[in-house]
Design a protein around this ligand. Structure first.
Ligand code: AVI
Length: 327
């Protein structure tokens, strides 16, 4: 990684800078491990540098990518009921906050939460979103936390917290990782609850289109992982020599994304050479789809009590309100 990237002007504090540095060395070690292992595979959280977060925002606006607009419509319609269930005076914690658009619907309906804590791995994207939110909600105490939300979080002390985890990001974990994340979230939210957006099992053709958009934005998002490795780790990936490949596997109920080498090629990472055979893949993401009952049993395994679920008329997407006992 270049020293200028280490001194990112967008990191607002020493703590943020440490997060950026730690993330970078984690990216280096995980990419090295991914290139050594067979079959090759890396966690999707590394998509989200600044460029990747922007590309993801563009995905959310694509006509083929139904989850964002469907979840948005559910929130717009049911926010007053959701806010009533979340209660007043709690700290609201958003996991994987991104550009902070959906939470506005909740904030409009909630009677002034005590504090809003958006947590995201992409520090500059997070701070840009938080600044806009502060401007639009002058009375709201916004405390962004640049962190990997899959790890235990250093949240400010609070008497009650409620969580918000939209976008079906839960689907980017394996089922065991999802339970692990929910258990970790449950320890922070004890006595409160969490709203979780969950994408539903549906016609494979609809899923195929959502991850193979005609404008090629999802392909660019996928390839950005390689460009990020070139920028931050000095790799020499020829991104155009890797094909974007996404498909739905109905047995595993997941969309898989891969980058498939278009020819035999060698890439270097910190002087180490790695060969890709023609057709060899780097598996970059799984996006699991759920039934309502399937997700509820996952939540139960993590100690949450499923209370209420909202679905759109076509059963494309669901939002779940889960609660947690005090002890
Ligand atoms: C963030 N996550 C829920 C998205 C998804 O649908 O799995 C990421 C994404 N990957 C390709 N398109 C969108």
């Amino acid at each position: 990684m270049s020293s200028s990237a280490l001194q990112s002007p967008t990191a607002e504090s020493a703590a943020d800078l440490e997060t950026v540095q730690a993330e970078c060395s984690e990216f280096e070690s995980e990419l090295t491990a991914a290139l050594i292992m067979r079959p090759r595979s890396i966690a999707p959280k590394f998509f989200y540098d600044t460029a990747g977060s922007r590309l993801f925002d563009r995905i959310c606006d694509l006509p083929e990518y139904y989850p964002t607009r469907t979840e948005f419509a559910l929130l717009a319609r049911h926010a007053p009921e959701m806010a009533a269930l979340m209660g007043t005076g709690a700290d609201l914690v958003e996991f994987g906050a991104g550009s902070l658009t959906k939470v506005r619907l909740l904030l409009d309906a909630l009677e002034q939460p005590r504090r809003f804590i958006p947590v995201d791995i992409s520090a500059d994207h997070l701070h840009a979103g938080a600044a806009m939110l502060r401007a639009d909600y002058p009375g709201l105490d916004v405390k962004p936390l640049a962190a990997d939300f899959t790890q235990p979080l250093a949240l400010p002390p609070s008497h009650r917290r409620v969580g918000f985890f939209p976008g079906s990001s839960i689907g980017n974990f394996s089922p065991d990782e999802a339970v692990q994340f929910l258990r970790m979230a449950a320890t922070s939210l004890r006595g409160g609850g969490m709203l979780v957006g969950v994408d539903l099992v549906k016609d494979p053709a609809v899923l195929h289109r959502a991850y193979n958009d005609s404008a090629g934005v999802t392909a660019a998002f996928n390839r950005n992982l390689l460009l990020r490795a070139n920028r931050e780790l000095g790799c020499d990936f020829d991104a155009e020599q890797f094909a974007h490949y996404a498909f739905y596997d109905p047995r595993q109920r997941r969309v898989e994304m891969h980058l498939v080498s278009r020819r035999r090629q060698v890439v270097t990472l910190r002087g180490q050479r790695f060969e890709f055979a023609d057709g060899e893949s780097l598996h970059t993401e799984n996006s699991y789809k759920f039934t309502v009952e399937g997700f509820q049993s996952l939540a139960l395994r993590a100690g949450f009590h499923p209370q209420r679920v909202w679905c759109d008329a076509e059963n494309q997407f669901s939002i779940h309100w889960l609660t947690l006992p005090v002890a």
